[in-house]
Design a protein around this ligand. Structure first.
Ligand SMILES: *Cc1c(COP(=O)(O)O)cnc(C)c1O
Length: 417
């Protein structure tokens, strides 16, 4: 490790920034206000906190479906459950394969295992972190039932191409849009979540809009919608007189409290994304002159975070080094997004699934989950190719100027040593 120039806060110099930034973990960085307070009060006073007796969840579903211009939206308890609804709607046989990415929140892949299907990891594009269609194509087998694509950080994934691949092989394309509200996709600006067969969203605390936790699954397919809705409610067909259970479902219902808050938040979503894009554009312009640092492609990106792709040979250090130096300068940042590819967590390396069975990962057709499986993703996560700067709709021009100043300072120090 070369020595840091003394001017860096990392080496004891004065930091660029001492004031905290607005953060998604508190009121300064969330759009929670009087509307949400009124919504919660309305539900509590109604005495109807459960969606089977109240109307808020049904109304949220209708409003979300209308917002996205799709016929069906099914609310649930989390983003992970929204994806579980999608996988359960596809209804894989045990040992069927679902192709996805290792550069994501675990919520993308846990539902695959919960349905006893096998996650098959395809590699990513080094300048977006999103699934590479060529790698996906190479991993399709006769057992492939679905593809789950993530629009990482709100960067549009190549879903038009993935949809073609999915259709050509008769498999379902599921879009994980937990980080991608109002992301617009090539070639025609379609909303992320509407290009695949199913789109899944999260309302967890850190997302563009929040109800603490919560999820929603959208689709234009009547049969998929029906199965998803039943799965979230014990497969109990409440639209009939029968108290029966049509298949193995769970209780993933959203509460009326969540739904009422989510409705208020949905009204603010367009403004949140617009504000995030505006400040992100300013930082993108500011770092364009810095060799070795590449911002996300701005077209259609909705900036859940602000990723920077690092070429260490030009930038003087990797994403981990940059993150450490930026944090010392008072800028919220991290390297790699997650600490290891999902397939190198004990869940996969030690087959920690159901008891000691290892099922379904113990099936003879399952891949071996080892380092080297997805080299480009590993380079971003472990190798330092990715720097992630926390982003927020409440960032001011001064906040962005501080981040840009810190990036210039660190870049100058790292490239001149
Ligand atoms: C947050 C997130 C999830 C899981 O959502 P939860 O609401 O936390 O369960 C899944 N996928 C991605 C890409 C996410 O960012």
């Amino acid at each position: 490790m070369p020595k840091s120039p003394a001017s860096l806060a990392l080496a004891g110099g004065p930091p660029v920034r001492t004031q905290p930034f607005p953060s998604v973990s508190g009121p300064a960085g969330r759009t929670l206000g009087d509307e949400e307070v009124a919504a919660v009060t309305r539900v509590v006073r109604s005495g109807k906190l459960n969606s089977t007796v109240g109307t808020e969840t049904a109304e949220f579903e209708q409003e979300f479906a209308d917002y996205y211009g799709v016929p069906h939206a099914v609310a649930s308890s989390s983003g992970t459950s929204a994806i579980h609804l999608a996988v359960a709607a596809v209804d894989p046989d045990p040992g069927d394969e679902i192709i996805t990415t290792c550069l994501s929140d675990a919520g993308t892949v846990l539902p695959i295992l919960a349905q006893n299907a096998i996650p098959v990891f395809a590699d990513v594009d080094p300048l977006t972190g999103n699934l590479d269609p060529a790698s996906v194509r190479a991993r399709i087998t006769a057992r492939t039932k679905a593809i789950i694509v993530v629009h990482l950080f709100g960067i549009p994934a190549p879903v038009a191409e993935l949809r073609q691949i999915a259709d050509a092989h008769g498999v379902v394309l599921i879009e994980d849009c937990a980080q991608a509200y109002l992301t617009r996709c090539a070639p025609d600006g379609a909303l992320a979540g509407t290009v695949g067969h199913i789109g899944c969203f999260s309302l967890q605390q850190s997302k563009h809009i929040t109800a603490g936790d919560g999820g929603i699954t959208i689709t234009a397919d009547n049969a998929l919608a029906r199965r998803a809705r039943l799965f979230a409610d014990k497969a109990w067909p409440r639209d009939t007189d029968e108290r029966t259970h049509l298949f193995l479902g769970l209780n993933y219902r959203m509460t009326e409290l969540q739904a009422a808050v989510a409705r208020a938040q949905l009204g603010k979503l367009a403004g949140v994304v617009e504000d995030r894009r505006k400040s992100a554009d300013a930082l993108t312009a500011a770092i364009a002159p810095l060799p070795g640092l590449t911002a996300a492609p701005p077209d259609g990106t909705s900036y859940w975070q602000f990723p920077v792709f690092i070429d260490e040979s030009l930038a003087g250090d990797n994403g981990h080094g940059y993150a450490e130096a930026l944090v010392a300068e008072g800028i919220p940042a991290s390297g790699g997004y997650i600490q290891r590819p999902l397939y190198l967590t004990p869940l996969f390396t030690e087959l920690r699934t159901y008891g000691d069975s290892g099922f379904p990962l113990s099936m003879p057709t399952a891949p071996r989950y080892v380092a080297g499986l997805c080299p480009r993703a590993e380079e971003l996560i472990i190798g330092g190719g990715l720097l992630v700067i926390s982003w927020n709709e409440r960032y001011t021009a001064d906040d962005v100027a501080d981040i840009a100043a810190a990036l210039r300072k660190v870049h100058t120090a790292f490239t001149s040593r």
